[in-house]
Design a protein around this ligand. Structure first.
Ligand SMILES: [Zn+2]
Length: 163
C-alpha cells in the first residue's frame, strides 16, 4: 500500500512542517472528531504522548472514518490523535469517559497495521474506533472489559458501513 503523500520522503521520518513533541508539550492533542459536550474534563495530554503531527491525508482519513462510525453507531464521541507507541496499541478508550467517550488513536500505528495485514486504511481506522467504542459501551452498561465483545461491536458497525 502506498504511503500517500506523507512528508517522510527520505529525511528519516522527520516532518519539516511538523512540531516536535517538546514543542507541543503545552498544547492540546490534535482533535480529529468531536460530537457532543463532555461532562468530564478529560485532557488526553495528561496521560498520553502527543507525538508529531500526523500527515494530513491520515488526519483526513481518520475524520472520515470517525464520521462513518458515528453515523453507523448513533453514538457521540471525541477522537484525538496521540502517539501510543509505548503502549503498543492502535487505539484506546479513556476509562471513565463513557458518558461521552474519549477515544485516542495512533494514526501511524493504524497505517502500519493496514500495511501489515493488507487491509484498507479506512477499514483499519473504523475498526479501531469501533472497537474502543465497544469498550466505552461496556463501561456505560456496567460490564467488565471484554475484548471479544468489543471486537464483535466493531465488526457489527463495519458490516453496517460497508454492507
Ligand atoms: Zn480492546
Amino acid at each position: 500500500m502506498a504511503r500517500g503523500t506523507g512528508c517522510d520522503g527520505g529525511n528519516g521520518g522527520a516532518c519539516p512542517r511538523g512540531r516536535t513533541p517538546e514543542e507541543r508539550e503545552d498544547e492540546m492533542p490534535l482533535l480529529l472528531y468531536a460530537e457532543g459536550e463532555p461532562e468530564h474534563d478529560f485532557d488526553p495530554a495528561w496521560d498520553y504522548e502527543l507525538g508529531e503531527d500526523p500527515a494530513p491525508y491520515l488526519v483526513e482519513a481518520a475524520r472520515e472514518a470517525a464520521a462513518r462510525v458515528a453515523s453507523a453507531s448513533g453514538l457521540k464521541f471525541h477522537l484525538y490523535a496521540v502517539d501510543l507507541t509505548d503502549q503498543g496499541v492502535l487505539a484506546r478508550y479513556a476509562d471513565g469517559t463513557a458518558e461521552l467517550p474519549v477515544i485516542l488513536i495512533d494514526l501511524n500505528a493504524n497505517l502500519d497495521a493496514c500495511e501489515l495485514y493488507d487491509a484498507p486504511l479506512a477499514v483499519a481506522l473504523r475498526t479501531s474506533i469501533g472497537h474502543e467504542l465497544g469498550h466505552a459501551r461496556q463501561e456505560y452498561e456496567g460490564r467488565d472489559s471484554d475484548e471479544d465483545d468489543a471486537e464483535a461491536f466493531a465488526a457489527f458497525l463495519e458490516a453496517r458501513i460497508s454492507g
